[in-house]
Write a protein that binds this ligand. Structure first.
Ligand code: ADP
Ligand code: MG
Length: 727
């Protein structure tokens, strides 16, 4: 067996699960490394505490003097936990997180030193971040970037570093990160939703968007992963023959968790508890070596931070357990890929989930209002929603017959469909007393009961209502949730704002009662947004045809999908809602196109290298063995050797044919890459998508054929059966 693969397998086989000490009750150490309300109360003055709480609740500014007090408290707390450094923790447009550590330590003359951390260091920093992507923002404005404290997401200690969540913005005000637009979108949805809530309850003064993500991932033994340049450099396998056994027996899903994996998960959960990430659920997923982790939902900004942090923690803990975590949406061909369902809802500061029906008809009308407005928003901006989850890696799910499809649609279940159908018939204008009573008692009033036993679930829908929240399922496992959450909350904000204007107008001009006006506008929305509702199977060809007939978009590739982000409509939306300026929108679009290009470029290079440096030389080596065998047979049997060497000669020919195909295809792909590199922006991305990527499958086909022909002992790359069934 090739030495690399042999050593990797040996190492893997010798692994034992790490002992995990029983960490005691989770509730006892939950949030221990977080500067949360409890820690703030302990370490901060009353004034400082109140000021931070007001900033969290109402977005008020924190005075410089108070910031000094907060910093001093944070430092004392952090030092009490043996932290030595602090960092502004931010989310540049790479999609990952970034940090630059500074020690608390300062010299104070006389050869002495002390621990220092003031309000200045807490509130603002200027990282030398010139290497982060900025989509031309800083070139255009020659502006430097700075990070600024986000008090709504609490500081935490990770390792020995105090991490302070921050936004990253240019001095000219443009956001250079994922968090700043998200915060603006959350503020927009707060304002719009609060205004609508006032129709139903005057006491509501704030609405928070909530997010509960479900993170899917693969765990692969680290030694085996190292034997695969494709996994190392691209996060997925670019070739590999499917194993004799895949996921067809469904024996992994919800099965008992393997010991080594359990040890990893327990270690991971302990760290999450300390960091205040409320992880609750863990289980095996459908594919072999695929798992899922889900928390209790939180306010969306905090949940996004927690997911970004979690992905980092997962990788670090994996190192300790000699695992490699794969977040790629499709690491292995032929078996399920990974997603990150984004469960989303809106909740008032009076404790009401706006997507959960209540006890009174009025509360249910409120539920219906938010429910129908959400459907309408997704209807109006379906292409933008699709664009918000576009990436080279997620294309493998969305555009390729895997859950869910690239066509955006909303699933609500048969009972709620019936309710909406009935509401479509509400009389235009004033309602008769009989109709009002009927609506209240028989339609709106019935919703809570029907929802209780609403068991229908549609796993193929990209955007499904699941009882008290919408589940945006098309988000990729590798994605930063900030992108889709920014878009979703922005379109909902816009929709609710328009709704309020329309209702107010009916009340004023047509003298309708408030609830009458609400019914009237909802009726029109239900009619107008019908085409986005789909209850059937989202995978089938039939749906593709039907969706086309309905005029829904079906943007299968990222270069195609991203166009919607810079449409006139999208730019107007983000500007109107104060979420992003035209420059900010265009910068992000440019960065995402560029990232697409780079990812496909790297994959193309890696595939070419593996094909030529691993696959062909191995095939040649095996072919030589065959040739030797054939000439030996010839020596023994003379002219009748062909009878004995038939299979061998056949193989020799086939191997030559595959090698020739690989060579010419790699050559052709390289040529296309050169052409694509001469182009820029959309044209380059299109070329990579249509002319370069199209060779991947063809090259892979021949490599995988060779994998099945060549002596297993010689094959240098860990095989699918080893990657997927070793744990
Ligand atoms: P599934 O069957 O899809 O796995 P679960 O019932 O396990 O669904 O819930 C999935 C996620 O939904 C969890 O992370 C949970 O915290 C989250 N969730 C529940 N209610 C809400 C809500 N109101 N807002 C946002 N997320 C929620
Ligand atoms: Mg789910």
């Amino acid at each position: 067996m090739s030495t690399i693969r042999f050593n990797a397998l040996k190492e893997t086989m010798n692994r034992k699960p790490l002992e995990i000490k029983n960490g005691g009750r989770k509730s006892e150490y939950f949030g221990e490394n977080v500067f949360n309300e409890y820690a703030m109360r302990q370490y901060m003055t009353k004034d400082a505490y109140k000021s931070v709480m007001d900033a969290i609740e109402y977005g008020t500014k924190i005075e410089r003097g108070i910031a000094d007090q907060v910093a001093a408290a944070m430092k004392d707390w952090a030092l009490s936990k043996d932290a030595t450094h602090y960092t502004h923790w931010f989310q540049p447009l790479t999609g990952a997180t970034a940090e630059k550590h500074d020690a608390f330590f300062e010299t104070i003359g006389n050869g002495r030193a002390m621990e220092k951390f003031g309000g200045g260091e807490l509130v603002q920093q200027e990282p030398d971040a010139s290497s982060f992507p900025n989509g031309g923002i800083r070139n255009t404005f020659e502006a430097r970037g700075y990070t600024a404290w986000d008090p709504t997401s609490p500081a935490f200690i990770y390792g020995t570093t105090l991490c302070i969540p921050t936004v990253f913005v240019a001095y000219t005000g443009e956001a250079l990160d994922n968090k700043a637009p998200l915060l603006r979108a959350l503020q927009a949805v707060d304002h719009a939703a609060t205004a609508v809530c006032k129709y139903f309850d005057k006491n509501v003064t704030k609405v928070n968007a909530s997010l509960g993500w479900e993170q899917e991932y693969f765990l692969i033994d680290a030694a085996l992963a190292i034997s695969r340049p494709d996994i190392n450099l691209t996060g997925r396998t670019l070739l590999g023959h499917s194993p004799a056994k895949g996921q067809q027996l469904d024996d992994h899903y919800f099965g008992s968790i393997p010991n080594r994996v359990m040890s990893y998960m327990r270690d991971l959960e302990q760290e999450c508890m300390l960091l205040g990430i409320p992880v609750k659920t863990r289980h095996n997923e459908v594919a072999p070596n695929q798992y899922e982790l889900a928390p209790i939902f939180e306010e969306a900004n905090l949940a996004v931070d927690h997911n970004s942090l979690l992905m980092d923690v997962m990788e670090k803990i994996a190192e300790r357990h000699h695992f490699r975590v794969l977040f790629h949406e499709k690491p292995f061909a032929g078996i399920n890929g990974s997603g990150k369902h984004n469960n989303w809802s809106l909740a008032t500061n009076t404790g009401v989930n706006l997507l959960s029906p209540g006890k009174t008809p009025m509360k249910n009308l409120q539920f219906l209002t938010f429910f129908v407005n959400t459907i309408k928003a997704v209807h109006d901006y379906e292409e933008l929603i699709r664009a918000s989850i576009a990436s080279a890696s997620n294309d493998h799910r969305l555009g390729a017959n895997e859950a869910p499809p690239a066509i955006m649609s909303v699933f609500i279940g048969s009972q709620l469909s019936e309710v909406l159908d009935e509401l479509e018939n509400v009389t235009k204008g004033k309602l008769s007393p009989e109709e009002k009573t009927d609506l209240k008692l028989n339609i709106v009033g019935k919703i809570p009961e029907i929802l209780l036993d609403n068991t229908d679930r549609n796993r193929t829908s990209p955007f499904a209502f699941t009882g008290n929240k919408f589940e945006f399922r098309a988000v990729g496992s590798w994605a930063n949730c900030a992108g889709p959450m920014t878009t979703l909350n922005t379109i909902i904000a816009k929709q609710l704002k328009d709704f309020k204007i329309e209702v107010d107008k009916l009340v004023e001009t047509k003298k309708l009662k408030k609830d009458e006006a609400v019914f009237n506008v909802l009726r029109e929305y239900i009619k107008a947004s019908k085409k986005i509702r789909f209850e059937g199977n989202g995978y089938g060809e039939a749906w593709e045809k039907e969706a086309k007939r309905r005029g829904l978009s079906n943007n299968k590739t990222t270069p195609e999908a991203l166009k919607a982000k810079i449409s006139k409509n999208a730019i107007a939306l983000f500007e109107e809602m104060g979420v992003m300026s035209k420059v900010e929108v265009e910068a992000r679009h440019e960065i995402e196109l560029e990232e697409y290009i780079l990812r496909i470029q790297i994959e193309g290079r890696v595939l070419g290298d593996i094909a030529r440096n691993h696959v062909i030389p191995t095939a040649v080596r095996y072919q030589n063995t065959l040739i030797e065998n054939v000439s030996g047979l010839k020596n023994i049997f003379g002219t009748s050797f062909k009878v004995h060497a038939k299979e061998q000669i056949d193989l020799i020919e086939k191997i030559s044919a595959h090698i020739a195909e690989i060579n010419s295809k790699v050559e052709a792909m390289t040529n296309e890459r050169r052409k694509a590199n001469k182009l820029v922006g959309q044209k380059s991305a299109d070329a990579y998508c249509n002319n370069v990527k199209s060779y991947f499958e063809e090259i892979r086909y021949h490599c995988d054929k060779l994998e099945m022909m060549v002596d297993d002992e010689l094959w240098p790359l860990a095989k699918y059966r080893e990657l997927l069934f070793t744990r």
